[in-house]
Design a protein around this ligand. Structure first.
Ligand SMILES: Cc1cc2nc3c(=O)[nH]c(=O)nc-3n(C[C@H](O)[C@H](O)[C@H](O)COP(=O)(O)OP(=O)(O)OC[C@H]3O[C@@H](n4cnc5c(N)ncnc54)[C@H](O)[C@@H]3O)c2cc1C
Length: 392
């Protein structure tokens, strides 16, 4: 989205061919796998052992190496960023040396959120979890009560595996909570994972209608209310195998769908939501929804997005493909970043490069340590992309 994988006149490594499982130890619940494998590749390899990925994004299409580079997270309760599930990394540096790294190593810490700037991750050793059956529970509460509710009924409930709260336009005031809790009940969906070639035309049509038609938001409410009334018990790997094909727009000629994410210390939940709503409303942003997640403090990575316990706000929106729309988006995004910074928060780096250099340095003061490390392991600046070109 922001050129994190590109630089002018550069040579690209397509890692997706490096997708072999090197060693799987089902009894220990660990796996060593090549970094070009996607989460879906890994799910395919471990499902028959009743194992699941411990921490990953909501969708399974991303490579494990690309996920390390952003230090991804999902909806997993009390798990935090991906770094918490990684036991070891093999990495190749600019001079061709192969490094075996464990969490004690400063280079290991800097690779998470390092956006490919330090070297090529080639193999990864991960902790896995059990593939349990999960029941979906949907609730609605007052916005004001959410942080307390989360503390009392989500964080302390060891049966909840996945949880997020959805805020919808125009008001962003009525969070709908979706929790997936472990259960022994029979599944309502017989597939263990989503078929790789599933047809998502209906989703795409709905997405288009919601974001383009005058009555779209109401239509969506009706469809979703109906969907969430239905009982759902699925395998964890079924929910983990969500496919970004379900989001793909029919055409990118005129519009595109985009993401942003803000990480806010838990105590500033309400002030942030209120200011965020003001910015989105004033700028008439075509927001589809804001998904709220939670993460404990990141104790390991260098360029961390959770220096303290945070709620994160994932904004999913639609935008015209014109220079004017891009300029407007840059302006309101900078407003949102200012709101996040004023609330002691940070913003996520895999998306469009709208932040000013000042905002970037405010959000990630550890960047100076990262620069020192880059000079050490990549003195000729072999590893480049537009993100690092803009902010380093
Ligand atoms: C629809 C959508 C949904 C998303 N949902 C989530 C979410 O739920 N949670 C979340 O945390 N993030 C989410 N993201 C962001 C996503 O996690 C990142 O964009 C991630 O980097 C994508 O992985 P990728 O394999 O496509 O990486 P790429 O886009 O290919 O690469 C990302 C960065 O990693 C570097 N890189 C890739 N492979 C390697 C390697 N082997 N060694 C070293 N560097 C490497 C690249 O150079 C680049 O800088 C989402 C993004 C999209 C588009």
């Amino acid at each position: 989205m922001g050129g994190q994988v590109v630089a002018p006149d550069s040579l690209h490594l397509d890692m997706r061919g490096m997708n072999r499982v090197i060693a799987l130890a089902p009894e220990k619940g660990t796996v060593r796998i090549q970094a070009g494998a996607t989460w879906r590749d890994l799910l395919d390899a471990i499902d028959e052992y009743d194992l699941s990925v411990s921490i990953m994004q909501s969708f399974s299409n991303f490579t494990i190496g690309g996920s390390i580079s952003v230090n991804c997270h999902g909806r997993y309760i009390n798990k935090g960023p991906l770094v918490n599930s990684v036991r070891a990394i093999q990495m190749v540096s600019a001079d061709g040396q192969v490094h075996e790294l464990t969490p004690e190593s400063p280079l290991f810490r800097a690779l998470f959120g390092g956006y490919g700037g330090l070297g090529v991750v080639t193999e990864v050793e991960l902790n896995l979890d059990q593939n349990t059956r999960l029941r979906r529970i949907v609730e609605k509460i007052e916005l004001e009560s959410y942080p307390e509710y989360f503390n009392e009924y989500v964080a302390k409930n060891s049966k909840i595996v996945l949880h997020n709260a959805d805020l919808r336009p125009p008001g962003f005031t009525e969070p709908r909570l979706i929790s997936w809790t472990t259960t022994d009940d029979p599944v309502t969906e017989v597939e263990r994972m989503r078929p790789r070639d599933q047809d998502y035309s209906r989703n795409m049509n709905l997405l288009w209608a919601v974001s383009e038609l005058p009555g779209g938001k109401r239509l969506r409410k009706g469809v979703e209310d109906k969907l969430f009334e239905q009982e759902a018990v699925v395998w964890r790997n079924y929910e983990a195998s969500l496919d970004t094909d379900s989001l793909e727009p029919r055409t990118r000629l005129f519009t595109t769908y985009l993401l942003q994410e803000y990480f806010i210390p838990v105590n500033n939940f309400l002030p942030f939501v209120r200011s965020m709503t003001r910015v989105l409303t004033r700028n008439e942003v075509n927001a589809l929804n804001v998904s709220i997640r939670h993460s404990p403090r990141d104790e390991i990575s260098l360029l961390k997005w959770a220096p303290s316990e945070v709620f994160s706000f994932v904004l999913y929106y639609k935008q015209r493909n014109t220079n004017r729309a891009r300029r407007e988006a840059e302006a309101w995004t900078r407003e949102l970043i200012d709101v996040a910074l004023a609330n002691g928060g940070r913003y996520y780096l895999p998306y469009r490069l709208h932040a000013s250099r000042y905002q970037f340095e405010q959000a990630y003061p550890e960047i100076h340590e990262f620069i020192a490390m880059k000079k050490e392991v990549d003195p000729g600046a072999k590893f480049q992309n537009l993100l690092w070109e803009r902010y380093l």
